[in-house]
Design a protein around this ligand. Structure first.
Ligand SMILES: Cc1cc2nc3c(=O)[nH]c(=O)nc-3n(C[C@H](O)[C@H](O)[C@H](O)COP(=O)(O)OP(=O)(O)OC[C@H]3O[C@@H](n4cnc5c(N)ncnc54)[C@H](O)[C@@H]3O)c2cc1C
Length: 410
């Protein structure tokens, strides 16, 4: 008898605490209960933004897809996201060129920029109401990179035709009233509502035939050569030719531990503000610091502010830190924008993952040949989710994505 290899699924964790701005913005999705053993061509474990985009791309490519989630769809880390959609990785291009070589770094940045454009097109094609707004992004000089570094960074990006313009201290002050030694203003970014986006993608996938089961927890996955069988909490099994593990920061065993670190991050949303309170173009703002502060605006005129990242994995401590972290974020944004009347109406914290080069990790698990595990890392995790969806759709057709080598880990 053949000996089949199994993996035990990662245990459930508290992924976020406090009240996220998006806590009630999910579109209603009618999910099913698993009441018998079923089979599908591809099963996607996880109905956050990564699983939702993968399910939609796979369904649109004509595959028979089942999605399962142990939570309600879009209520994992996706609910905690501040959803700035950027091609810029946490690792600047010039730094990444040194880390992984210029050719590979250039390819990673170009692929990331393409993913933002493709995400926009995908949402438009399926008429998904994601509250998408095209935005510029303002990257401020900070402790990790001063104005000279930013000048070089802007030049490196321009060589790749990534729209990036260096702003001097005087220009930054005159146009944005922000007092830093310099900045890069880049095009090709956006903001969206992550919960509405994931829910919209799942609904669109459903329309194309995908079946969504929730709550339905995968307890273990067993390779059945050439397929896979999932044992679920309902007592029934799901058999498939392939499995996509989109389990977010409940990271699959088999993704090497030196390729990511799960930490904590915090965010606040201010009260609704008057138009006069906003900066030109309502661009995304972030900074070359560690940890960095970042901000965006929302359609209901709030400022969303995030940062304060810390190596902390205990959810209880992360929750306890919310008042302190929120107060710090509020103080920093008030000072940056010279707006003293800002208040934090929503405050939350969540698990977050970094990787050595700021790149996502996509891996076939050694014990399950028919698997692909995807893990978005860094501040542009949703852009990574889009790349993952494209990679798994090629893989499902038996083809390899030309950029997959970038995402296998350093
Ligand atoms: C505070 C904060 C701010 C952020 N800001 C940004 C930002 O501005 N821009 C950006 O691009 N990214 C940002 N991110 C990162 C981004 O939100 C994440 O990369 C993204 O949401 C991850 O989505 P996911 O689908 O991979 O994970 P999740 O949304 O967590 O989905 C994974 C799903 O898998 C399910 N699952 C796990 N195990 C099992 C199992 N055994 N059986 C069944 N289901 C299972 C879980 O229940 C969960 O619903 C931020 C994150 C945080 C926390």
């Amino acid at each position: 008898m053949a000996s089949y290899k199994s993996v035990v699924m990662p245990r459930k964790k508290d992924l976020h605490d406090g009240i996220s701005l998006w806590h009630d913005s999910g579109a209603h999705i009618s999910t099913r209960k698993l009441k018998k053993n079923i089979s599908a061509e591809i099963v996607v474990v996880g109905a956050g933004i990564s699983g939702a985009l993968s399910a939609l791309e796979l369904s649109a490519a004509g595959h028979d897809v089942v999605v399962i989630d142990r939570r309600a769809p879009s209520t994992g880390s996706t609910l905690a996201s501040t959803a700035m959609i950027q091609f810029e990785l946490d690792t600047p291009l010039t730094v990444l060129q040194k880390k992984i070589g210029p050719a590979r770094a250039n390819r990673a940045y170009k692929r990331s920029a393409k993913a933002v454009r493709d995400l926009s097109k995908l949402l438009e094609t399926h008429d998904i109401s994601a509250q998408w707004r095209n935005r510029e992004a303002l990257y401020l000089a900070g402790g990790e990179m001063g104005y000279r570094g930013l000048q070089k960074e802007a030049e490196a990006r321009q060589k790749l035709k990534l729209p990036s313009e260096y702003l001097s201290h005087a220009e930054l002050l005159a146009e944005y009233n922000i007092n830093r030694t310099g900045a890069i203003l880049s095009g090709g970014s956006a903001e969206l509502n992550p919960v509405a986006t994931a829910s919209g993608c799942l609904k669109a996938a459903q329309t194309l035939g995908a079946r969504i089961f929730s709550p339905c927890e995968a307890l273990s996955a067993t390779s059945t050569h050439p397929g896979v069988q999932l044992e679920t909490s309902s007592g029934f099994t799901i058999s498939a030719s392939r499995v996509v593990f989109a389990t977010g920061y409940e990271v699959m065993a088999g993704i090497p531990k030196d390729q990511f670190e799960v930490i904590s991050s915090w965010a606040i949303a201010t009260q609704s503000l008057a138009d006069a309170d906003f900066w030109p173009g309502r661009c995304l703002i972030w900074e070359a610091s560690e940890p960095y502060l970042y901000a965006r605006t929302t359609p209901d005129n709030r400022i969303l502010v995030g940062g304060g990242d810390q190596r902390l994995t205990d959810p209880h401590k992360r929750e306890q830190a919310i008042p302190r972290k929120s107060a710090a974020l509020l103080k920093q944004i008030k000072s940056m924008l010279s707006k003293n009347h800002l208040q934090a109406e929503f405050q939350w914290g969540g698990a977050f993952a970094n990787s050595p080069a700021g790149l996502p990790v996509f891996r076939q698990l050694p014990s399950i040949p028919g698997s692909m595990a995807i893990l978005g890392c860094g501040g542009n995790g949703i852009t990574c989710s889009m790349i993952a969806a494209q990679v798994v759709t090629k893989w499902a057709r038996g083809r390899s994505d030309p950029d997959l080598d970038l995402f296998l880990g350093t």
